[in-house]
Design a protein around this ligand. Structure first.
Ligand code: SAM
Ligand code: SF4
Length: 475
């Protein structure tokens, strides 16, 4: 490889959300210009990330932009010259958390630059400067391609610098991406969202859907394979709506097959799929291709068709279940996970019961469940029929308990089975290794071998809990 494309965890200076140390000095651009630093002392950065995997990977790419400008990683937020918050505003609590964290920097030392990135930056815009006047940079994800210019403005003394352009058909391409996870590399293939779910801020904070050119995606995947990654996770808010803008015009299933065919890549995953764009062709591609993992995250949000309509999800309960039947009829034994919102305005006990029966019918291996949170600029926030907080909490608790039982039953059926596991962590105190199966199940196991991190091993399942499996290494 020529220039640093990927910077692995072995060179990280700090924690998982920390700034990053350069991979090799020769990979980096000269130290930042016009910083006013003493000669040779590069300014440092630290990024704290809130929210989803898309945000986590955006932070990795932003770190790449800064590394390319000669910044170095700080090991702690306190010592960083440039402190960036990559924010989430999907639920109100997430947004409040960011403002309370920003409050801690009210008396930041002179010269320390504070920036707000991501969904809250886009949603609140200039308002952030009013609420937190010590902030100097506000930039939404649809403007990240302008980050080098914005950083330059800061370097030459800019006090209030903004990137809030949403109306774009461009994607964020970076020469360097700093990756935190040495075993699984995230790779964004589509940005923004063209759906208009009535509860969701994403189309307002991430802008319209933009697919990356398949050449760019495939060459990044090839470089990841060369850098030693065995597993790639393709990302997008609606990853399966992917449509290659180049002349090749690949759809998502065709792109999956091409990524999986790259030498060295053993596993390909993707998230998040929208049920509306989930096709039989995707199931066939996974069934035909050993490298494509048999796990689908297919957010349903509700089991009640009237609530799905009010949410503007563009499918009915029956249409969703039909897609589940394709997966259950596949040759591979798919694991399925989903997202559910309880307490959407107008949700009756009968609607909620439909969600519970859907959990039973599908038999999910995991559910991310949320209480509905009204968000600014969303049409659901003006709907009548709000469910009281106590009612939402009760429904959430019922749903989570039912799902816990479902997971336990499903996992118990796996006792005695053997799975190939990619080992990604070690609990020294417990003498246990942990990793994931192709179906994304977590397996803890014991082994007599010394260093298994990053290895594929076979494990026989001996015990099962609701959230993970326990086993013994067999080879
Ligand atoms: N694009 C994905 C999809 O279409 O399902 C989901 C993206 S969103 C970042 C992740 C999850 O947050 C959603 O699936 C939904 O369950 C939840 N969510 C989004 N807006 C919410 C809101 N206003 N209140 C509660 N949960 C919400
Ligand atoms: Fe939000 Fe709906 Fe788009 Fe998912 S599909 S990001 S829930 S608007």
């Amino acid at each position: 490889m020529g220039k640093a494309f990927d910077v692995g965890i072995d060179v990280l200076a700090g924690g998982s959300t920390a700034g990053t140390a350069p991979a090799r000095a020769s990979d980096m651009e000269p130290a930042m210009q016009g910083s006013g630093d003493s000669a040779g002392a590069a300014k440092s950065f630290y990024i704290e990330t809130f929210g989803c995997q898309m945000n986590a990977h955006d932070s990795e790419r932003v770190a790449g932009v800064l590394l390319a400008r000669g910044y170095r990683a700080a090991t702690t937020a306190a010592e960083a010259d440039l402190m960036l918050y990559n924010t989430c505003s999907i639920r109100e609590k997430a947004a409040q958390k960011v403002f309370s964290r920003l409050g801690e920097y009210r008396y930041a030392p002179k010269g320390k630059v504070i920036g707000v990135l991501g969904c809250l930056a886009q949603q609140e815009g200039e308002e952030i400067f009013e609420r937190a006047p010590w902030v100097s940079l506000v930039c939404g994800s649809a403007s990240y391609r302008k980050l080098p210019e914005l950083v330059e403005q800061l370097e030459s003394g800019g006090r209030r610098v903004m990137g809030l352009d949403l109306d774009t058909d461009e994607t964020f391409e970076t020469e360097i991406t700093r990756r935190d996870n040495p075993f699984r590399a995230y790779l964004t293939i589509i940005e923004g969202c063209n759906y208009a779910c009535s509860y969701c801020v994403v189309p307002h904070t991430r802008g319209p859907e933009r697919s990356r050119h398949s050449d760019a995606v495939l060459s990044e995947a090839r470089r990841l394979a060369e850098a030693g990654y065995k597993e790639i996770q393709l990302l997008g808010q609606t990853v399966n709506s992917y449509r290659d803008p180049s002349a090749r015009g690949l759809n998502f299933a065709a792109l999956l097959r091409e990524v999986a065919a790259i030498d060295g890549i053993r596993r390909v995953r993707f998230t998040t799929s929208h049920p509306n764009d989930f096709t039989r062709e995707i199931v066939e591609a996974i069934d035909d291709t050993p490298e494509l993992c048999e796990h689908i995250h297919l957010p349903v949000q509700s089991g009640s068709t009237p609530i799905l309509r009010a949410m503007r999800r563009t499918y009915t309960r029956e249409e969703y279940l039909q897609k589940i039947s394709w997966l259950r009829g596949a040759r591979k034994d798919f694991s399925l996970t989903t997202d559910v919102i309880v307490g959407f305005p107008g949700e009756t006990e009968a609607d909620f019961e439909e969600t519970i029966t859907l959990l039973d019918t599908v038999g999910y291996d995991g559910v991310f469940s949320f209480m509905y949170s009204p968000r600014p600029n969303t049409s659901a926030s003006s709907l009548v029929g709000a469910v009281p907080e106590e009612g939402k909490k009760r429904r959430l608790a019922i749903l989570q308990e039912r799902q816990r039982q479902i997971q336990l039953c499903r996992n118990e059926t796996l006792i005695g089975r053997e799975f190939e596991v990619l080992v990604d962590s070690h609990h020294a105190a417990r003498g246990q290794w942990a990793g994931r199966t192709a179906s994304n199940r977590v397996v803890n196991f014991v082994s007599e071998r010394e260093n298994l991190l990053g290895e594929f091993v076979f494990v026989k399942v001996t015990r099962a809990g609701p959230n993970s499996l326990v086993g013994e290494q067999i080879s």
